[in-house]
Design a binder for this molecule. Structure first.
Ligand code: DGP
Length: 109
């Protein structure tokens, strides 16, 4: 998608601090962290939200969850949230499916 900021991160045309990746998914630092750990995990392919991802490409969703769980185990003490804002009225502002990993328990705390 031409105007999708996360597609541009996937393409490498805008920078991001990437913390992990697979063939299907990328994890990177949120630009406006709300917790000491705040990572976004996205599918490389564009889907508007997690519900569409689940319906259209469930294997990609599993891959995203596995990558996110691995990053969370590396960066937190094992206490974290993994959330998907879905829809504008639920707070979604970027319409490329993404999970937020947030934690106030970074691994060195
Ligand atoms: P949501 O509100 O659930 O759609 O979350 C979108 C998140 O994306 C928000 O926490 C800020 C983050 N974000 C927006 N633009 C960029 C960007 O260009 N780079 C990075 N790393 N994060 C971004």
């Amino acid at each position: 998608m031409i105007d999708c900021i996360f597609c541009k991160i996937v393409a490498g045309s805008i920078p991001a601090t990437i913390v992990g990746e697979t063939e299907r998914s990328i994890a990177f630092q949120d630009v406006q962290p709300r917790q000491p750990v705040h990572i976004l995990v996205i599918p490389r392919q564009h889907h508007a939200n997690v519900a569409e991802l689940a319906n259209n490409d469930p294997e990609a969703l599993v891959d995203l969850m596995q990558l996110g769980s691995r990053i969370a185990s590396e960066q937190t003490t094992g206490h974290f949230r993994f959330t998907f804002n879905t829809g504008e009225l639920a707070g979604q502002t970027v319409f490329h499916a993404h999970g937020h990993i947030t934690s106030n328990q970074p691994v060195n705390s």
